[in-house]
Design a protein around this ligand. Sequence first.
Ligand SMILES: [Zn+2]
Length: 445
Amino acid sequence: MPEHAQQPADLLIAARWVVPVEPHGAVLQDHAVVITGGRIIAVLPATEATRRYRAAQTIERQRHVVLPGLINTHTHAAMTLFRGLADDLPLDRWLSEHIWPAESRRAGPEFVRDGTRLAILEMLRGGTTCFNDMYYFPDVVADLAVEHHIRAVVGMIVIEQPTPWAKTTEEYFVKGLAVHDQYRGHPLVRTAFAPHAPYTVSNATLRHLRLLADELDVPVHMHVHETASEVEQSLRDHGQRPLARLDAEGLVSPLLAAVHMTEISAAEIALLAERGASVVHCPESNLKLASGFCPVSRLRAAGVNTALGTDGAASNNDLDMFSEMRTAAVLGKAVARDACAVPAEEALAMATLNGARALGLGEEIGSIVPGKYADLICVDLDRPASQPVYHVISQLVYSVCRDQVRDAWVAGQPVLADGRTPHMDEADILARAEAWRRRLADGDV
Ligand SMILES: [Zn+2]
């Protein structure tokens, strides 16, 4: 084709390998991803790409793999500032004796701003380009996502206890819906309802929330069946298991992203599959808090969309989706007592496309397919711990560390460029984290 017939493009990224996630398990050698207007327009052999497209910018990565940006489907981003504050405790004592008291005094807009910025820096450096957040001051989280050009689904949190964000149930709804209205149609920010958990939200509120979620067509992001004691308490208080309570209110639907689900019967797996609800697995948080084990391979066998999240950095203690993939894969085998369970390709899908689907973004992100947003990362495999490379996806799940992520793009814009974060003042973010540590460690909470 003569040069004048080349199509223009904004960006062409050529790499030794491209792992598109769709088709499942595919690895493309010496391919390129072509981007225009923030979206992927072609995925094709690199030699053909340079013949067909005249890109304003070309990036070549000869030792690298390009894959979709990872999607952290359950975070409390600002809790990075509580990282290491209270460890080695069970969930109920950790929450009631440490986290909730600290939050009630400290979790104002400044805390959320500084903590979320630290989280965004950690996530972008580690290859996460989208996060699904549940925390107070979602307006602040949304503003920061736009400022630092990361994709976010911000939670319209509802928890029926007073917090610095809202004092009454009505105030939670009013403030959450204001954020929804402000960001309606935004290319980077979406909203979801985020009722904290069945044990902190009443039936009447669940009913109200379900009506609104259906009307606005937004996901419902909720902790469900995190521990056995949550289920036992629900049986005592309501005469029902939490999932049955949610189902009675019409909440078990394709809009539901049920986080944790460590306690789950065969009938409940069938219900989730029938209703088209998603589960968000947070293996490292579940392990650290000794919450239980989500039966990932049984969910998968039943056809339940299962995504992956880190949970907050106070219970993990990081926002590292590479280690989360590895833990999901190895724990899934142990729980199933089957080394074939949760293979690497499945763990990668959980951290990408399944997360997108759980958030209602399955047509927008999560795989490298023409028409989707160019939310991409580039991982350097030319490291001792990643050589030799027989199976690229196995390497990504079982041996890659997040510091091997060299580049990241969100909607085609660079957010990590050869190890540097162009939109972030790292020194300032770290200094603010240290200032919060001094305040919190001095017992001033
Ligand atoms: Zn959580």
